[in-house]
Design a protein around this ligand. Structure first.
Ligand code: PLP
Length: 467
């Protein structure tokens, strides 16, 4: 066996070309692949050898198994016929940035451990503040707030609860008295984040006919809790709920949070991307008064998972909650107070260069290019909504929200399930059957990178045929 088994730069160049070629070919053929993986539980694992290889294998064997072992077990989120869940769209510049980032292999836990990672992240997130119409104090360059990239909206929402809890307990409130609020339609990550953060009381407040939080119900819940000597601590409002894309009355929630001295977190995981388009910004009015705001470029902004942004209006409580300084992390730039050390902005210490893909996506598309595609997705969804409204056997269960369409069969839940199954029986289309209250419905989000009007037409043909 040779002494040095590392892949040489020349071998890397060759194999790298093969991998890039493989991914490019995947982009071309994903449209034709059956979207849903048909494997049975354990089938993929059954194709792997019992033990790890003792001897080195040629790279060609690895690539071969991408087709033979991996692909059969892939659900093709990148197919243009993907309308399920929310998108997790990718793009060429984003994928290439991931490769470059892995090539650099740098850790950005401290400014000093790779200044470019921190400074590009801080700067790009400041750009995004303007692109989304958020307040200037969310910018690290302006302050006192700032933005940070984290793994997921769930992480950021959890962290908002941790910081709110910490703030309340520093002010003397006993932890077992603290209460967290959101609407009953909030994503499960809100309740989960609250519970993991130590909130034993989580109130899921009633919603109106459009599935948005009722401020009156929030006030009542808070009054009841105050009367029981509890401490209302944090409220989350959603811009674009997962179920139906509902938008909570953010400004009214902001008023209530201010009155009661509560932390106000905004979860715009999916719909935040739409705020690049000015015409949608009225729907987030009030977010400029939030204590924290999170959104996922990894859903609908052509930036592959994982890439979630958290902005805070004031970074002091966040850093106060998370900062511990062991001697081995001490360094002069940190002590100068002139730099950001992102390790103090989330739970993990190590962090990779995720900002590179956001930077490359923003530069490759330009804000105008991103707006163009977002508007196209939204227009396609609105058109689908119109067709559903005109169809005698279909009805919407919620207003079309951004690019999310939710509808049912007028004959009820069973007919709706049959309809969803018929659409999903089409190998190149995928939607999500869901439930709100007792109502089953079909939920579809337009937002895959390569979805075109023709794909939406295919979807409509399948819907109309099955209805
Ligand atoms: N919040 C909302 C409104 C969502 O729709 C989702 C996921 O769909 C999440 C949070 C969780 O996102 P993540 O997977 O980034 O944790």
């Amino acid at each position: 066996m040779p002494d040095d088994l590392h892949m040489t730069p020349d071998e890397f160049r060759r194999h790298g070309h093969d991998v890039v070629e493989w991914v490019a070919a995947y982009m071309e053929r994903v449209r034709e692949l059956p979207i849903a993986s048909a494997v049975r539980p354990g089938e993929i694992r059954g194709r792997l050898p019992e033990a790890a290889p003792e001897e080195p294998e040629p790279f060609a064997a690895l690539l071969h198994d991408l087709d033979e072992v991996v692909l059969p077990g892939i659900t093709h989120w990148q197919a243009p016929g993907w309308f399920a869940y929310f998108p997790a769209n990718t793009s060429g510049p984003s994928i290439l940035a991931e490769l470059a980032s892995a090539g650099l292999g740098a850790q950005g836990m401290l400014w000093a451990t790779s200044p470019a990672l921190t400074e590009i992240e801080a700067h790009v997130l400041d750009w995004l503040v303007d692109l989304l119409g958020l307040p200037q104090h969310f910018k690290t360059a302006v302050g006192p707030g700032g933005g940070v990239i984290q793994m997921s909206a769930s992480d950021s929402t959890h962290l908002a609860h941790v910081v709110a809890r910490d703030r309340a307990s520093r002010a003397g409130a006993p932890i077992d008295r603290l209460v967290a609020y959101s609407s009953s339609q909030a994503h499960s990550s809100v309740e989960r984040g609250a519970r993991i953060a130590g909130f034993s009381r989580v109130r899921l407040v009633d919603v109106d006919d459009a599935f948005a939080l009722r401020p009156h119900a929030l006030r009542e819940a808070i009054e009841r809790d105050l009367a029981a000597s509890l401490v209302p601590t944090i409220v989350t409002s959603a811009i674009g709920t997962t179920g139906t894309g509902a938008v909570d009355p953010v400004a009214e929630v902001a008023d209530i949070a201010r009155e009661r001295g509560m932390w106000h977190h905004v979860d715009a995981a999916w719909a935040g991307s739409a705020m690049l388009c000015e015409e949608h910004r009225p729907r987030q009015a009030g977010a400029e008064r939030a204590d924290s705001y999170t959104f996922n470029p990894h859903k609908w902004l052509f930036t592959n998972f994982d890439c979630n942004v958290l902005w805070v209006a004031d970074r002091a409580p966040l850093i106060e909650t998370l900062s511990i300084l062991p001697p081995y992390l001490r360094n002069l730039p940190s002590e100068s107070g002139e730099v950001i050390d992102y390790r103090d902005w989330h739970v993990p210490l190590g962090r990779r260069f995720r900002a590179l893909k956001l930077w490359w996506v923003l530069r490759s598309y330009g804000a105008a290019g991103l707006r163009h595609h977002l508007r196209e997705h939204i227009a396609l969804a609105q058109e689908l909504g119109r067709r559903i409204d005109e169809h005698p056997r279909l009805e919407r269960v919620a207003p079309v929200s951004f690019a999310l369409v939710c509808f049912r069969h007028r004959q009820g839940n069973d007919a709706t399930d049959v309809l969803a199954a018929a659409i999903n029986a089409h190998p190149n289309l995928h939607v999500t059957p869901s439930t709100v209250g007792d109502t089953r419905f079909v939920r579809l989000a337009v937002g895959q990178t390569r979805t075109t009007a023709d794909d939406v037409e295919r979807l409509w043909t399948a819907i109309a045929r099955a209805a």
